[in-house]
Design a binder for this molecule. Structure first.
Ligand SMILES: C[S@@+](CC[C@H](N)C(=O)[O-])C[C@H]1O[C@@H](n2cnc3c(N)ncnc32)[C@H](O)[C@@H]1O
Length: 275
């Protein structure tokens, strides 16, 4: 995997606006799917601990944190962005189940081996230069019988574009996305990002790195990190992400016929030496 450094400061995106502009995450269909998948992950835990503890790796504004707390888990929300962590403290501290951890983005140094019942991450690995190393770190900090949950990363189908997926995109998306153009027009601070993109075609405003046909998240490699350590893959499910701009009728018609994202749940074996 190419060595890369993030090119943006995530703090710039750590505002309430983050949830408004990410309609592909914060819509009822995706939130229900996510909640159901996390419930499944929690049901898979076999550590015998009570209460259960979770690490939300790359928590952002608290998308996973919110669900994990709802499910009763004592949750540590971790991010490289201090501003996101301050938002989390404002929103969740009263739950009594929330704490925060600033991380360095490269490893989980400072977190003990076998510490959490669940480590969950959603839409983060494609931001991480050495994402396979982070998966290995997640394995390290989970207790025997505990679970790693990885969600919202594109599959090969997203890049290879099978005919049915192309047909779906053509039918589901508006021909001209006026909302997007208007947002871009009035987003004056965003003009600097347009210039950066012109200078570097791989520049991404929110620091996505592994999102290109020749450099993207490789699920088979993630799975290898887990299985080489003796982990059991409990769920590997591909799904069609419900973006808010899609026509709901077209989405319903195609959601079981094509997919572009994956969620994976894996459990650590009970052998305490199986790090
Ligand atoms: C697309 S957002 C996803 C946020 C959240 N998980 C959600 O579901 O909305 C990506 C998040 O990853 C964080 N991030 C970026 N690089 C990271 C790294 N190397 N390690 C951990 N988190 C990182 C960003 O600060 C941001 O909060």
């Amino acid at each position: 995997m190419p060595e890369k450094e993030p090119t943006v400061s995530y703090d710039a995106h750590a505002t309430r606006r983050y949830e408004r502009i990410h309609g592909e995450i914060f819509n009822p269909v995706e939130q229900q799917r996510l909640h159901d998948s996390l419930r499944r992950a929690v049901a898979t835990i076999q550590t015998g601990s009570q209460p259960l503890t979770a690490l939300d790796y790359g928590c952002g504004s608290g998308n996973l944190t919110r669900h994990l707390i709802d499910l009763g888990l004592q949750t540590v929300s971790a991010d490289v962005s201090e501003h996101f962590l301050r938002l989390i403290e404002k929103d969740f501290s009263r739950s009594g189940l929330s704490s925060t951890l600033q991380i360095n983005g490269a490893d989980l140094s400072g977190v003990q081996d076998c510490h959490f019942d669940l480590v969950a991450t959603y839409s983060v690995l494609h931001h991480v230069p050495d994402y396979l190393h982070i998966v290995a770190e997640m394995c390290r900090v989970v207790k025997p019988g505990g679970v790693v949950y990885i969600d919202h990363e594109a599959t090969e189908a997203y890049y290879s574009r099978p005919a049915e997926y192309v047909e779906f995109l053509r039918k589901a998306q508006p021909r001209v996305n006026w909302r997007r153009y208007l947002r871009l027009l009035f987003d004056v601070p965003g003009y600097v990002h347009i210039v950066r993109r012109l200078l570097n075609p791989r520049y991404k405003r929110e620091g996505d790195i592994h999102v290109w046909p020749d450099d993207h998240i490789e699920w088979d490699k993630i799975e290898r990190v887990l299985t080489e350590r003796g982990w059991e893959v409990v769920l590997k499910q591909d799904y069609l992400l419900c973006r808010s701009l899609y026509d709901p009728a077209v989405y319903s018609q195609y959601k079981d016929r094509c997919s572009d994202q994956r969620v994976l749940i894996a459990r650590k074996r009970q052998d305490p030496h199986g790090l």
